[in-house]
Design a protein around this ligand. Sequence first.
Ligand code: GRF
Length: 192
Amino acid sequence: MRIVCLISGGGSNLQSIIDAERRGELGLAHLIGVISNNPDAPGLIRATSACIPTHVLSHLSYSCREAFEFDLTRIIDEFHPDLLVLAGFMQILTKTFVDHYQGRIINIHPSLLPKYKGLDTHQRAINAGDKLAGASIHWVTTELDAGEVIRQVTVPIFSNDTAETLKLRVLQAEHRLYPEVIRDLAKDFITS
Ligand code: GRF
């Protein structure tokens, strides 16, 4: 199963996928490309260090989202991916884009969906007095962070947590979860 990863920033989830594949833990999934809308995304360095082809397409060069996505789609499709993996890709996607890849895009979101869609998830969980936080991997649909959840991981929230300490704990859990889900999806993909 050919996977392309879309990033905008640090790429620590991307790194967990790269490391899992290197350890032979990604099963039949193969990371064939990384695309970033941010030319300065540290995740690009992670990809090039692992000899994975990268592409940068800055949304800032476009006056409208549709034109950006038109070119993004062209670049993605050159890789002929079976699965698009959003890993901190900070762009709202239009219906046209999502429909084009329907059933082939997944995202990781740092909350226990359906709680805390959108941004600032860790602070919102702390403010609400939650005892548990976590991350969700879900299919991407036109509604933000609302597609069917594939799998979640939970972590505790401690009374002295800040958004930063909680974010780190959730991220560590994300790094275990994403490669596992990709491996399982690849198994289903190959046998279907
Ligand atoms: C993660 O918290 C992920 O849940 C969210 O964006 C962040 C990406 O972090 N979608 P990184 O770039 O993988 O380090």
